[in-house]
Design a protein around this ligand. Structure first.
Ligand code: F6R
Length: 262
């Protein structure tokens, strides 16, 4: 794991955007896994800026989103389809046919999930998976006790996640769907790089458990300790419960020149 602690979420998001942009420069037909929620918004804004001002080209990029609520139409204002088109896709030159987001209204959820996995493999696998983290340590919507071997499937959100996400539904918990389709932890672990962003004090415990706790299904994100290329971009507030914070800074600041952009 590489722990990158930046002053604030803007700096961290811009550094993460640099990693994504470099991949697209090196591999124009890159496959990128994407997350929704408040965390990746600045990263997406920076990618849009790089597209508009620096010509970052998404025309051959393929994307797979982590998750979607079951029961929300694509057009629903809180669907992850709406989120992604509003906050990224409508402002870059990605082809609609290269965008994949789970369909929360599908009749046969199991068949859909199997096909989603097949499409990821057919695309060549995910090069970079962007992740946020729940305050309970979920990645995607893999809540605690999710199998580390899980693939794309239906999951039930925890009551805590429903409460956390009520802010997107006018503060009304009863409006938050209880079920979702999410990529599995096994799917996420297959990505060649995982890039997790975590900002704010509310994520500090989950971040500490992810990095310094035991690997256990009670904290799904802790599996990233086993990933060969996981980068965690956190702001100062999210780093407050890390015991080895000075060591992570020391490692990052002392990186050899040739490794600095890697
Ligand atoms: C969303 C997702 C979730 C969020 C997490 C954090 O696609 O996969 O794991 O990343 O719930 O949400 P925010 O960023 O809103 O705090």
């Amino acid at each position: 794991m590489e722990i990158i602690i930046k002053q604030d979420s803007r700096e961290a998001s811009h550094a993460a955007a640099g990693v994504v942009a470099r991949l697209i420069h090196e591999k124009p037909n890159a496959v990128i896994g994407l997350a929704t929620g408040s965390t990746p918004l600045v990263l997406y804004r920076e990618l849009i800026r790089k597209h508009k001002e620096e010509g970052l080209d998404f025309s051959r990029v393929t994307t797979f989103n982590l998750d979607e609520y079951i029961g929300l139409e694509k057009e629903h204002e809180q669907s992850y389809h709406t989120f992604m088109w509003e906050n990224l896709f409508s402002q870059i030159n990605i082809k609609a046919e290269n965008v994949h987001i789970p369909d929360g209204m599908v009749a046969d959820v199991s068949a859909f999930c199997t096909e989603y996995e097949r499409k990821i493999v057919a695309a060549g696998g995910i090069d970079i998976q962007v992740l946020g983290i729940g305050s309970d340590g979920h990645i995607g919507f893999n809540e605690y006790t999710s199998s580390f071997a899980s693939r794309t499937r239906i999951k039930t959100l925890t009551q805590r996640t429903v409460k956390d996400n009520a802010r997107f539904f006018g503060g009304d918990k009863s409006k938050v769907p209880h079920h979702c389709i999410t990529m599995g932890i096994g799917t996420i672990m297959d990505a060649r790089m995982n890039l997790l962003l975590a900002f704010g004090e509310g994520k500090a415990k989950a971040v500490a458990d992810t990095i310094e706790g035991p690997v256990a299904a009670i904290v799904p994100s802790s599996i990233l300790q086993h990933h060969p290329n996981a980068k965690l971009f956190v702001d100062e507030a999210a780093a407050t419960q890390l015991k080895l914070v000075d060591y992570y800074r020391w490692v990052y600041e002392g990186k050899p020149e040739w490794q600095k952009d890697a």
